[in-house]
Design a protein around this ligand. Structure first.
Ligand code: 0O2
Length: 221
């Protein structure tokens, strides 16, 4: 009987995790369509690249324990909101908000929460825009809403965050003060780089606009 329960739980867990995988697939399709549309119709693309990850079962259970969540599927579903994660990397900070607005306009995607760590960086210097969204996943048994965390950041923010993440886990979440300090400093440098790059882009765009052909016939020969 215990063995039967183990198999039952395993099937339930597989079904649980699969829903998050499908939700990632849905969001990736949406982002890929947006990206193609921007490239082909607007001749500019705010999306540099996109990655995704499904939290590992160990990592989900670790978070369940850390947050003191009741270990049942419904409680996990409503408390752990980043089991499915999609990360969108943009070149420039304003692009992040362009992508946010484009996602908000999608009828079948509900933005449940926005955390703007760009307007208000974390004390350690972390910057990114986080969205918690709900997307419908169409299963043979019916449609279920599934939560996905979408992180939107620039390449500079991503560079910083990936190094900080490695350091954080290398020191088992107990990073020495001196390193924390240097990371905070380097986050400021990354923010400065973002600001300079946006300025440069605006300058180049202004130049392009001035030199843009005014004649309706230009470029047709
Ligand atoms: P991984 O390995 O990326 O999955 P909580 O998720 O409940 O602990 P909260 O406020 O709900 O906290 O989530 P928040 O702040 O939106 O952060 C969730 C994810 O954002 C993290 O997932 C990281 O991916 C990223 N993140 C948040 N803060 C930092 C930070 O200070 N440094 C870096 N590098 N990433 C951060 P996980 O599960 O921690 O990690």
């Amino acid at each position: 009987e215990t063995l039967a329960r183990v198999f039952e739980l395993r099937t339930e867990f597989t079904a649980f995790m699969l829903q998050y995988k499908f939700a990632i697939d849905e969001v990736l399709t949406k982002v890929s369509i947006l990206r193609d549309e921007f490239t082909h119709l607007h001749h500019e693309n705010p999306i540099e690249h996109v990655t995704s990850r499904l939290k590992s079962p160990e990592s989900v259970l670790d978070k369940v324990e850390r947050k003191g969540v009741t270990p049942d599927f419904d409680a996990i579903r409503s408390s752990i909101l980043d089991i499915a994660g999609v990360r969108i990397i943009c070149s420039f900070v304003p692009d992040i908000y362009t992508v946010l607005e484009a996602l908000r306009r999608q009828d079948d995607l509900t933005v449940l929460a926005v955390k703007d760590y760009i307007a208000e960086p974390k004390p350690n210097g972390y910057r990114s825009l986080h969205l918690i969204v709900s997307v419908p996943v169409f299963l043979s048994s019916g449609t279920v809403p599934v939560t996905v965390e979408i992180q939107i950041r620039t390449s500079a923010m991503d560079f910083w965050a990936s190094l900080e993440h490695k350091i954080y886990y290398k020191y088992d979440r107990q990073v020495p003060a001196e390193i924390v300090d240097r990371l905070r400093q380097s986050a400021l440098v990354a923010a400065e780089l973002d600001a300079t790059m946006t300025d440069l882009r605006d300058q180049v765009q202004a130049l392009d606009d001035r030199h843009a052909p005014t004649s309706a016939h230009s470029g047709t020969t």
